[in-house]
Design a protein. Structure first.
Length: 213
């Protein structure tokens, strides 16, 4: 047991992403190449704890061709948003959510994701953000949600690799190639893991079937 603890401690030092998958921290989820679900294929997600004990998040690398102004042509402040709207996930596809850069909650119905970063769900809160600081946020149609324990189960099954969340990556303007970059990063981390843990963490996916969510 003592030897196991020493090896586990060494592993966590080598694999910072493993230590970051805590219940109170935001993480990046990198879809495994064999994850064929069209909603999540080759995606990078930002996920954070939700008040109900589950997790919420958005897909970071699915920009659409629509602007916020084109979605709400009668709302003048929406036309000031420069970036396109992103596809955030299959939950509530018709709803708008926003990742807001602010040092305090932008309003009711907001979940703190990271320091000075909140995910806003309520329409009146998002309207307030658009009207006061339209380009201090990124806007998504839909989001991703997990019940308590569900995300851990998906990670244990190998659907996602987990790495540290980085605010600069969250708001990266060019997300083309982001999945490939994050996937290479997880592989480099695993390559540095002491055997036999590297093989265990990489997983044997040759006989794994990934059912749709």
């Amino acid at each position: 047991m003592k030897v196991f603890r020493i090896l586990l401690g060494a592993l966590l030092l080598v694999l910072p992403w493993a230590a970051q998958a805590q219940d109170d921290e935001a993480i990046f989820l990198v879809a495994h190449p064999m994850f064929r679900d069209l909603d999540y294929r080759q995606t990078v997600l930002l996920a954070a704890p939700a008040p109900n004990g589950g997790h919420v998040g958005v897909i970071l690398n699915r920009p659409t061709r629509r602007s916020l102004g084109s979605l709400f042509p009668e709302h003048e402040p929406s036309k000031k948003v420069i970036e396109p709207v992103y596809y955030g996930g299959p939950f509530s596809r018709g709803a708008l959510v926003a990742l807001v850069k602010t040092d305090a909650a932008p309003g009711s119905g907001s979940v703190q994701v990271m320091k000075d970063l909140y995910l806003a769900f309520r329409a009146n809160t998002i309207d307030h953000v658009i009207e006061r600081a339209p380009n201090d946020a990124r806007y998504y149609v839909g989001y991703v949600g997990w019940r308590p324990g569900e995300l851990k189960g998906e990670i244990d099954r190998g659907l996602w690799s987990v790495i540290n969340a980085d605010r600069e990556v969250v708001f990266r303007k060019d997300t083309e190639g982001l999945w490939e970059e994050m996937l290479q990063q997880t592989r480099r981390i695993r390559a540095g893991a002491p055997a036999p843990y590297a093989a265990a963490l990489a997983g044997d996916f040759s006989n794994t079937i990934f059912p749709p969510r």
